[in-house]
Design a protein around this ligand. Structure first.
Ligand SMILES: Cc1cc2nc3c(=O)[nH]c(=O)nc-3n(C[C@H](O)[C@H](O)[C@H](O)COP(=O)(O)OP(=O)(O)OC[C@H]3O[C@@H](n4cnc5c(N)ncnc54)[C@H](O)[C@@H]3O)c2cc1C
Ligand code: FES
Length: 280
C-alpha cells in the first residue's frame, strides 16, 4: 500500500493557460530516484494544507530535480485555493497513481488522439512522444473546446501544430469559422490511411461518441482507450468513492480499454479487467 502521508511540494510558478486555468510548475522538496517513473496518463494527488486534496494529471512528469507541470482548472474548493496560491507556496503530493495509456501500441502504427477541453492534459506526454524524431508511432490529434478561450496547453499546441496533424474545433467558433466537434474529422482521418488505436480523454459523451464512431469504421474495441474522471479521496482502492462496476478508477484506471469499460458498465465482475497493467 502507498504511504498516505503527502510529501512536501513547492509551487514554483504558473501562467494562465485557458479560461480559469493555470499551468503550474511544481518541485518536490526531496526528490527520489524513482519519481520520474511516471507513465503518460497517470495522476497524482495535490493537497492544499487546510483546504483539501484533489487528483491532477502530469503534463510533464518529474525531472531528476523533482520538477513537473500540471494544469489546474477552477472547479471548487481545492482548485480555487490552488489558483490563489503564489509562487513559493508549500503544498502536499502523493503519487503517481493508476494506470496510464497502453505502452504496447503497435510500432509504426497510426494513433488517433481525441481530446475535449482540459482532457488534453492526460494526452500531453503521449503527444510529446509522437513529436520526437524517433517517434514510435504516428499521431493525429483532434481537439475540441467550447470556444477559443477554453482551449488549454497553448504553448504546447503551437509546437505540436508544426510536428503532427492537429485539427481544432469549437462549439462556439471565432468569427468566420463553422461550429464543429472532433468527430467531424473522422472520415478524413480514416480515409487518409486509417487508425490503429484510439486514445480519448474529455467529457464522457465525447469519448463514448468517438469510440462508437471508430468502431463503426472498423476499429476493434480492443484498440480503443478512454481516460475516465471520477471523484477521488484515497486514490489507492480503499475508500470506494471512485467505483466503476467492480473496479476502482483510481487503482484500475483512469485509463480503460473500451471493451473492459463496457463489461464493467454491464456489471461483469473483476474478471472484466486484465490481470496486469498494460491493457493489451
Ligand atoms: C484522474 C483524474 C485526473 C484529473 N486531472 C485534472 C487535471 O489535470 N487538471 C484539472 O484541472 N482537473 C483534473 N481533474 C479534475 C479535478 O480533480 C477536479 O476538478 C477537482 O477534484 C475539483 O476539486 P475542487 O475541490 O476544486 O472542487 P469541489 O468543490 O470538490 O467540486 C466542485 C464541483 O465540481 C464537481 N466535481 C468535482 N470533481 C469532480 C469529478 N472528478 N467529476 C465530476 N464532478 C466533479 C463537484 O461535484 C462540484 O459540483 C482530474 C480528475 C481525475 C479523477
Ligand atoms: S479514490 Fe478511494 S477507492 Fe478510489
Amino acid at each position: 500500500m502507498i504511504d498516505a502521508t503527502p510529501r512536501r511540494l513547492w509551487l514554483e510558478h504558473g501562467y494562465v493557460d485557458g479560461e480559469d486555468t493555470r499551468h503550474f510548475t511544481f518541485r518536490l522538496d526531496a526528490p527520489h530516484a524513482g519519481d520520474g517513473a511516471v507513465r503518460p496518463g497517470q495522476f497524482f494527488m495535490l493537497c492544499v494544507p487546510g483546504v483539501g486534496e484533489a487528483p491532477f494529471t502530469y503534463v510533464r512528469p518529474p525531472d531528476p530535480d523533482g520538477r513537473f507541470s500540471a494544469l489546474v482548472r477552477r472547479m471548487g474548493r481545492v482548485t480555487d485555493a490552488l489558483l490563489a496560491c503564489a509562487p513559493g507556496a508549500l503544498l502536499g503530493y502523493r503519487g503517481p497513481f493508476g494506470h496510464g495509456w497502453p505502452h504496447d501500441l503497435p510500432a509504426g502504427g497510426r494513433v488517433l488522439a481525441v481530446a475535449g477541453g482540459c482532457g488534453l492534459a492526460p494526452l500531453a506526454s503521449m503527444i510529446e512522444d509522437a513529436c520526437a524524431p524517433d517517434a514510435p508511432w504516428r499521431l493525429t490529434l483532434l481537439y475540441g473546446a467550447r470556444h477559443a478561450a477554453a482551449q488549454v496547453l497553448g504553448r504546447e499546441r503551437a509546437r505540436w501544430r508544426k510536428l503532427l496533424p492537429l485539427f481544432e474545433s469549437f462549439d462556439q467558433p471565432p468569427p468566420g469559422q463553422r461550429p464543429g466537434t472532433p468527430l467531424d474529422q473522422l472520415d478524413r482521418v480514416f480515409a487518409a490511411g486509417g487508425v490503429d488505436a484510439l486514445l480519448c480523454c474529455g467529457p464522457e459523451p465525447l469519448m463514448l461518441a468517438s469510440a462508437r464512431e471508430c468502431l463503426r469504421r472498423g476499429l476493434p474495441a480492443e484498440r480503443i482507450w478512454l481516460s475516465l474522471e471520477r471523484r477521488m479521496h484515497c486514490a489507492d482502492g480503499l475508500c470506494g468513492h471512485c467505483y466503476l462496476g467492480a473496479s476502482y478508477v483510481c487503482r484500475d484506471g483512469p485509463t480503460y480499454r473500451y471493451d473492459h469499460y463496457l463489461r464493467l458498465l454491464r456489471g461483469s465482475g473483476a474478471d472484466a479487467l486484465p490481470a496486469a497493467p498494460g491493457y493489451c
